[in-house]
Design a binder for this molecule. Sequence first.
Ligand SMILES: O=C(O)C(=O)C[C@@H](O)[C@H](O)[C@H](O)COP(=O)(O)O
Ligand code: ZN
Length: 364
Amino acid sequence: MRTLTVNTSNQCYSIHIGRGTYQMLPRLMKEVGVEKDRKLMVITDSSVAPLYGQSLQASLRAEGYQVGMTVFPAGEESKNLSVVERVIGDCLQFGLDRSSVVLALGGGVVGDLAGFVAATYMRGIPFIQLPTTLLAHDSSVGGKVGVNHALGKNYIGAFHQPLMVVFDVDVLRSLPARQVHSGLAEVAKHALIWDVSFVEWLEAHAEELLALSPERLTEAIFRGCEVKSAVVSQDEKELGIRSILNYGHTIGHALEAVSGYRVYTHGEAVAIGMAGASRLSVRLLGAPGELVDRTEQLLRRLRLPIRYAENWPLPALLEAMKKDKKARGGQYTFVLSRKLGQVEMVRGIEEAEIVQTLKEISTQ
Ligand SMILES: O=C(O)C(=O)C[C@@H](O)[C@H](O)[C@H](O)COP(=O)(O)O
Ligand SMILES: [Zn+2]
């Protein structure tokens, strides 16, 4: 098992990554002070519950914990306030109090929703992230929790750091290929924004990652979390540098929103967004053309799309980008790259530049 730490101004927590880590959960919980007198609530979805929910609940009960579980329908469509309200109802029914702990067992949607429940239940209780997808190596770290609003992604949320994150790499073996690819997009993002040697490592080991080699996956998650942890430890609430973790997300979130979250996985949308951002970077920041080639080749190698084929209405895409959380005063705001491994936030981008970029990354 490999462990690293996130150090925010008021909380320090560990990320444990390895094989069979769920078996170590009782010991790890003890280490963070979660003793048996504290009630636990597993929050998970309909895909994960039959695979790991019941067994997790049973193993913690066997250790003497009182454990409840609530399950909501799998999918981004569930990431909304009415599901939050229902889940909070289940927590109340089970008798969670302020000393209780939420266990978020699942992918990004579960982590974000369960984290939001933990952030708001009785004004905030602790939670532990148990990510079951590769994508969640990103979303489970850093404390961004929340749900979607009809007008856009993650518009309702909070910063609420977990007590710890426990990643069991064996669990990834049950993931459908498309979910693996989606997670690799966020891994690639961490490399592209921060670390050229990580880009080179991904280029060299793409096939082994796609074949779900546990050692390579552990390394990829560890290195991705290293980047995330370094950034979040400097800027927990996205007042500055943390915005670089949003590379590819201005276009990505817009694509997700206009398509009603039903066409692209988050990672696919972000991959197309990074292809777009690399092109804008060459035009606006004078980044070398190599940036586009390396970015697009890496994403292709990881079986990710770099173009969108559907004819989404341009005004809707532009409107969604104007409402991006990074934007101020309705100015288009993107994270762009000066060179491979180095990015920054750029405000006030001309609409014509974005329209041109969207043309280049659309196959219509
Ligand atoms: O942790 C961050 O900060 C990120 O931006 C990571 C993103 O990959 C993640 O998708 C995040 O949930 C997006 O946040 P948002 O504030 O753009 O909704
Ligand atoms: Zn993301």
